[in-house]
Design a protein around this ligand. Structure first.
Ligand code: SF4
Ligand code: SF4
Length: 291
């Protein structure tokens, strides 16, 4: 099964709108939302009657037993993340603790143990032989890359039969969850925004995606709100040898679709028609076996 990943250099470009449309147009039986900090693909990708939830445990965090702590300060001196709050007894700041475990090793009275850290929840939606994997990280939890890997693993573990490709919606930006999303991607579609910052965001994400050896294609969403910047993006793609797969217009009906819990490919609207054209152009690249 090949993997199509849909990314954007920043939030608010309409990446998930495009991902939802592609899932509908392709009728793929495997899809995932890897934007674990703010997942919202489930709002338009709803036709799954079965739901299976599982807690996500990240690296364990340090915990100090106040009854045993003798306030020697050893843990405070050794913690490189300033996660130990001094006092009598000492305490751990869960939001700063990285779970390295060094404090537990140096505490001579055994007052520190590592406790399980419930950092989020994972959900598998299923219908017949199709699966949609998603997850949500709790606010303040920092192991998003690990959770993204779990989301994809859970999708891959339950898909049945020969599926040409999966569709994976990634996080905006170039951080840890994006790196984890790009791992194993065959084709990356970047949804760009026609603005000055949108162009520099695009350049950063292209550089990141190329580092993973994935084929990179670009489309512009809301292209008509700034035709000059859209042209600049097209010229950039030409210069860089990137496959430019088309433009999607600004479309108030896209919001109508989301409010109805459907994708832009489910209703008759200009953005849905344009997304279908982008999909049609990209399909040969997604499905080719070697390049
Ligand atoms: S090393 Fe142990 S005893 Fe010393 S301050 Fe830390 S928790 Fe308390
Ligand atoms: S586990 Fe590591 S990061 Fe957390 S409090 Fe202990 S030394 Fe600091």
């Amino acid at each position: 099964m090949r993997q199509l990943v849909i990314l954007s250099g920043k939030g608010g470009t309409g990446k998930t709108t495009v991902a939802g449309a592609f899932i509908r147009l392709s009728e793929t039986r495997a899809c995932a939302d890897c934007d674990v900090d703010a997942p919202n693909l489930h709002l338009v990708n709803v036709a799954y009657p079965l739901r299976d939830d599982e807690p996500y445990y990240a690296l364990p965090l340090a915990d100090i037993d106040p009854a045993l702590c003798v306030s020697c300060g050893e843990c405070h001196s050794i913690c490189r993340f300033d996660a130990i709050i001094p006092g009598g007894p000492y305490r751990v700041n869960d939001h700063s603790c990285e779970g390295c475990g060094v404090c537990a090793l140096v505490c001579s009275v055994g007052a520190i143990h590592m406790k399980p850290h419930h950092a989020g929840n994972m959900t598998l939606y299923k219908k017949e032989n199709a699966v949609f994997s998603t997850a949500e990280l709790k606010m303040g939890s920092g192991t998003s890359g690990l959770l993204v890997s779990q989301v994809k693993k859970r999708m891959n573990a339950v898909v049945e039969g020969d599926i040409p490709f999966s569709v994976v919606d990634g996080s905006p930006g170039i951080g840890c969850p994006v790196i984890a999303t790009l791992s194993g991607a065959d084709v990356t579609l970047i949804v760009a925004e026609p603005s000055l910052s949108g162009i520099s965001d695009l350049e950063r994400i292209v550089k990141t995606a190329r580092g993973f050896g994935t084929q990179v294609a670009v489309c512009v969403n809301k292209a008509d709100i700034n035709p000059a910047r859209t042209r600049q993006i097209q010229e950039y793609c030409k210069r860089e040898g990137l496959f430019f797969v088309g433009c999607i217009p600004y479309d108030p009906l896209a919001v109508v679709a989301v409010n109805r819990g459907v994708t832009i490919a489910d209703i008759q609207c200009p953005s849905g028609n344009a997304a279908a054209e982008v999909y049609r152009r990209l399909l040969p690249v997604i499905t080719q076996r070697s390049h």
